[in-house]
Design a protein around this ligand. Structure first.
Ligand code: NAD
Length: 250
């Protein structure tokens, strides 16, 4: 599964799952653009990767900024082979605690961000011989849980976005799929699981619900993204791949 000279753009690629995916694509020969809001982490990653990856600072919810990002990609590379829509905002709140601002922010980053990037990437993806979009959804787009209403709703939306967009882009041979991770050890996950002040206990309880008996690592998800972006999945579109240690099989 090599990506020699493919142009790959990863949103939210400065941290966690996006970062691991960026590193994997670089290892496999791609030219990677990490598009992220976090300038400090992005610049550090670019430095760490010794110029094998470039960082572009962007807020994926801002139409003008997204337009400029893809204009830059067009000018520099003239094509885009793979878009990994991955940047998201996670929020753990009940219906009662969720404010209108919370709701709007979750929908804005997790859905509008994916929409804007797909919209402005389209003309460049059409120029690829094997264009693919991979969206990071979540196990929580498939099953429900308490205290995560807005986030779960947004991730369910990502799965529908993927199906409908796959049909729209099939005539151009651009495939659109999603990965659905379960608990994966990233900065966002650690922050979230530390809310009660007992990270270890929270993790233990979660792991007990996973048939494979461990948490996900960002690299587990990166490998699934690479599969869905590669020629190995050339007849796969409009679907999602659970990368969840068997959680939803129960
Ligand atoms: N970690 C998990 O357990 C888990 C489980 C299921 C799904 N996911 C999904 O995986 C994806 C990555 O999550 P993660 O855990 O690696 O998170 P993370 O917080 O480690 O990384 C997310 C990155 O997105 C960036 N970002 C946030 N808002 C942005 C914006 N408006 N514009 C540009 N960049 C922005 C952040 O700066 C950050 O670098 C998300 O879609 C998340 O919903 C994660």
């Amino acid at each position: 599964m090599q990506f020699q000279n493919d142009i790959v753009l990863i949103t939210g690629g400065a941290s966690g799952i996006g970062e691991a995916t960026a590193q994997l694509f670089v290892e496999r020969g791609a030219r990677v653009i990490v598009a992220d809001l976090d300038g400090q982490r992005g610049r550090e990653l670019q430095k760490k990767m010794g110029g094998k990856l470039e960082f572009y600072q962007v807020d994926v919810t801002n139409e003008e900024q997204v337009q400029r990002l893809f204009a830059y990609v067009e000018e520099k590379y003239g094509v885009l082979d793979i878009l990994h829509n991955n940047a998201a905002y996670s929020l753990s709140k009940t219906l009662w605690d969720t404010t209108v601002e919370d709701w709007d922010k979750v929908m804005c980053v997790n859905l509008k961000g994916y929409f804007l990037c797909a919209k402005y990437a389209l003309e460049l993806l059409k120029k690829s011989r094997h264009g693919a979009i991979v969206c990071t959804a979540s196990e929580l787009g498939v099953v429900g849980c308490v205290e995560s209403l807005a986030y779960n709703t947004s991730k369910g939306g990502v799965l529908q976005f993927v199906k409908s967009l796959a049909l729209e882009l099939a005539p151009y041979q651009i495939r659109v799929n999603a990965v659905c991770p379960s608990g994966t050890v990233t900065p966002a996950f650690i922050r979230d699981m530390s809310r009660t002040g007992n990270y270890e206990k929270e993790c233990e309880e979660l792991v007990a619900t996973y048939p494979l008996g461990r948490l996900g690592q960002p690299e587990d998800i990166a490998k699934a993204v690479a599969f869905l972006a590669s020629e190995e999945s050339s007849f796969v579109t409009g679907t999602h791949l659970m990368v969840d240690g068997g959680f939803v099989a129960q």
